[in-house]
Design a protein. Structure first.
Length: 102
């Protein structure tokens, strides 16, 4: 499995081959299968974001009691774990400093 350098933007939910394509937060070393997996995770996050946005119009449900938000948060953490797993040493260090993997 050949691994190449890719650039990831969690904010834009994208994985890019060229560093100059767009702003990015993380650099990873990944196979095509890894990239496809990460892109699928971003698609799932987007779906969960839509679900939680629809639910947000119900004012009496607290964020911490909201299953849709919990699923979104869990998916986002899974994405950060995957980026950490594939990340360069600098990427791993940065994600660890965020405290999101705990």
């Amino acid at each position: 499995m050949d691994k190449r350098t890719y650039y990831v933007s969690v904010q834009a939910e994208s994985v890019m081959e060229q560093q100059s394509d767009s702003a990015y937060e993380f650099e990873i070393l990944a196979s095509e299968e890894d990239v496809a997996s990460l892109q699928g995770m971003f698609e799932a996050l987007d779906d969960l974001d839509r679900e939680s946005a629809l639910r947000s119009h119900i004012p009496y449900v607290q964020y911490h009691d909201d299953a849709e938000n919990d699923r979104y948060d869990d998916q986002l953490k899974a994405i950060y774990r995957k980026i950490h797993e594939l990340g360069t040493p600098e990427t791993k260090k940065h994600i660890e400093s965020m405290g999101i993997l705990q």
